[in-house]
Ligand binder design. Structure first.
Ligand SMILES: [Zn+2]
Length: 97
């Protein structure tokens, strides 16, 4: 059996993701060279529970400065309980442009 030339990328995996905007299924094909087709991936988003948000809201805010601007920031950031992958399907991503 002949070996495939290494220049050619081959399919590594097929995964199903869901579009964050329209929640339609995205069939993503991952390639061995780390590229992918089928949707657009924007990275990981931290998720915090409402309870966690309520907890840090109770702790209150403190003043912070951005340049000459006084702003209120949370004393503590809510701890994420999980991260989810932000995917958009081809359609939503094309519509946004
Ligand atoms: Zn979509």
């Amino acid at each position: 059996m002949k070996k495939k030339p290494s220049k050619l990328k081959s399919t590594k995996d097929r995964v199903i993701k869901y579009c964050i905007l329209c929640s339609s299924k995205i069939k993503v094909i991952l390639y061995t060279d780390r590229s992918y087709v089928g949707g657009y991936y924007f990275g990981k988003i931290p998720m915090s529970t409402k309870k966690e948000w309520a907890r840090v809201m109770k702790l209150g805010t403190r003043k912070s400065k951005i340049g000459s601007l006084d702003i209120q920031v949370l004393k503590e950031d809510p701890k994420p309980y999980k991260y989810f992958e932000y995917w958009e399907c081809l359609k939503c991503c094309t519509d946004a442009i």
